[in-house]
Write a protein that binds this ligand. Structure first.
Ligand code: ZN
Length: 318
């Protein structure tokens, strides 16, 4: 846990949140929902910090009081955070049991108790049902904050008991300006934005050197595959070593780029390329599923299909 950063595109949601609290109308269940890697987790941490602070001023946590210091030091006794033990994994029922136990205690510091759960859609049905009980009957002064990138995957009974705060993708001009000042790499911002689907925190990750190297490796691998300089299995091994969601998005970017180039050259891209996009989506579902064990096999199949598309295209052009 680190202190939640503040992002310029979340000002409206923050104002709403603070306003409800000032009116004493903040419900005990809050749902911060919207696309991933836009900063909702940071927003939620900041909200928790604010709710626990003993003297917030001008709608911000003071960052000076005892509770703020404990929060910053990751040792506030009335704050509880639940996340998957590994990114992309499920939240376990045991984690929810501990959460419920925490919710039933009395506040150690006499004020509120705040629970942060993210991403909430990573609960399986047993965990979700266990969580629902706490949401239905929270202890005195308990505030439950849920962060979700895919709220449609939550139980309807959980959604309906929370106040929804919708987050959307920030306008690209705003993201661009922020990325330029954060990264100092203005020349590469545009590509990073396109590669990350407009999500600022992912774009920022892309601008840091490690991820940029992986992107270069991805490009080299795909070029080598297309020009017959690398067998499918070797290319699949390279992709297996990349973060799954990154690799899929880069692949999509590559296909879209190809489609745009084709439509200029030959009046509309052949349907095969469009069908391949469906194929990528399907592969994405298999790759991000926590139960998928054979990542290499998925990549091998996808790359074989891609080879077929590329070969056909090359034959057409003679
Ligand atoms: Zn404070």
């Amino acid at each position: 846990v680190t202190l939640g950063r503040k992002y310029p595109w979340q000002q409206e949601q923050w104002r709403q949140f603070v306003r409800l609290d000032e009116l004493n109308r903040l419900p005990h269940g809050l749902l911060f929902a919207g696309p991933g890697e836009t900063g909702k987790r940071d927003f939620a941490l900041r909200a928790a910090n604010y709710l626990l602070c003993s003297s917030p001023s001008e709608g911000e946590p003071c960052l000076k009081c005892k509770t703020c210091q404990l929060f910053e030091g990751h040792s506030h006794p009335d704050f509880w955070m639940v996340e998957p033990e590994e990114q992309g994994r499920l939240i376990k029922v045991d984690q929810i049991r501990q959460l419920s136990e925490f919710a039933s205690k009395t506040a150690a510091m006499g004020g509120r108790r705040v629970i942060l759960l993210q991403p909430a859609e990573n609960m399986n049905i047993n965990a979700a049902n266990a969580f629902l009980k706490t949401l239905e009957e929270p202890g005195e002064g308990v505030c439950l904050i849920l962060v979700s990138h895919e709220p449609a995957r939550l139980l309807a009974t959980i959604r309906s008991r929370c106040r929804l705060f919708p987050f959307s993708l920030p306008p690209s001009a705003e993201t661009r300006a922020w990325l330029e000042s954060e990264s100092g790499a203005a020349a590469e911002v545009e590509q990073a934005l396109a590669l990350s689907g407009g999500r600022p925190l992912r774009a920022l990750r892309l601008l840091d050197s490690e991820l940029r190297q992986q992107w270069q490796m991805f490009q080299e691998t795909m070029n080598a595959l297309e020009s017959n300089h690398m067998p499918v299995l070797d290319a699949a091994r390279v992709l297996q070593g990349l973060q799954k969601t990154d690799a899929i998005e880069w692949f999509q970017y590559l296909v879209y780029k190809r489609i745009r180039a084709m439509s200029v050259e030959q009046q509309g891209a052949p349907p095969l390329v469009f069908r391949f996009l469906d194929r990528l989506n399907e592969a994405r579902q298999r790759l991000i599923s926590p139960s998928n064990l054979n990542v290499l096999l998925v990549w091998e199949e996808v790359l074989m299909d891609w080879r077929a598309v590329v070969d056909l295209e090359a034959r057409k052009q003679g």
